[in-house]
Design a protein. Structure first.
Length: 279
């Protein structure tokens, strides 16, 4: 699967940055909190994979790495633009981004490259299973504002397209054996704790900064159902998360490449939305 770099610019109405999701501002800010992770997070992913590029001798994997880096760069750029809208709306987007960047820069400087690659592999699994849920279940976005919905679907499709690249790099450069398995799975446990703590912290800070909007009890109930209810995000990603711990795991064991047939149609929808907004 060769990832393709697409220069996508999504129409994001600034006035809807805090309430673009059909289920209200509390669910909106869950996704906004995720968006805050991507500019620095994508840079971390690119650097972790790029570090090993010269050790890769398979021409096909080298091309996949190039596509992976190109896609992640586009995601970083668009999420920076998205996050600027959050900052302009009075939310502490830039402050939180700086804090995350400081932590990730410290990790890149002081931790072994193999550990950083293992963290990238774990986080790429998270983005892949979340992407799969968003793509399989139209109710995740419903009738949310078109530009923001398109932003997340585009990101989800490209995360699916390159979901195995960092894993294949890992398998190519790390010596096989029990140690490789233990580092990979241990990194997933470490990542799970850190990732969701950061998302929770950013989500709460978004809600506090936007507290004048009101409707908090109803909003909290909506976001609890959305995340933890029987059909919520966490119950539905639990099994795919556990599959990462299989000794013979590979991201394409769950073959959902049929979703990639949607990319061209989505790109056309994005262009139509931008054209309509420009009138």
């Amino acid at each position: 699967m060769l990832p393709i770099r697409r220069d996508i610019k999504v129409e994001l109405p600034a006035e809807r940055a805090c309430d673009w999701h059909e289920q209200g501002s509390h669910v909106t800010h869950f996704f906004n909190a995720l968006s805050l992770l991507f500019p620095s997070g994508e840079l971390f992913f690119m650097d972790s994979v790029r570090h090993y590029r010269e050790q890769i001798h398979d021409p096909e994997l080298k091309r996949q790495i190039q596509g992976f880096i190109g896609q992640e760069a586009m995601h970083s750029r668009e999420h920076l633009r998205y996050n600027d809208l959050l900052q302009d709306a009075g939310l502490p987007a830039h402050l939180l981004d700086r804090r995350l960047r400081f932590f990730l820069d410290f990790q890149k400087k002081h931790f072994p490259p193999a550990f950083n690659l293992a963290i990238t592999v774990a986080l790429e699994h998270y983005t892949a299973i979340l992407a799969d849920l968003l793509l399989r279940d139209p109710s995740r976005f419903g009738n949310s504002v078109a530009g923001y919905r398109q932003m997340w679907l585009w990101h989800a499709l490209e995360e699916t397209e390159h979901k195995a690249v960092s894993y294949d790099v890992w398998n190519s450069v790390i010596k096989p054996g029990p140690k490789r398995y233990l580092i990979r799975t241990g990194s997933m446990l470490f990542t799970t704790l850190g990732f969701w703590l950061v998302v929770f912290d950013f989500h709460v800070r978004m809600l506090i900064a936007d507290r004048r909007r009101g409707g908090h009890w109803r909003g909290l109930w909506q976001v609890v159902k959305y995340l933890y209810g029987p059909k919520g995000v966490f119950p539905r990603i639990a099994l795919p998360w556990l599959q990462f711990f299989k000794p013979g795991f590979h991201p394409w064991n769950h073959d959902n490449r049929e979703q990639l047939q949607r990319i061209d149609g989505l790109v056309q929808d994005i262009e139509r939305t931008r054209a309509a907004a420009a009138k």
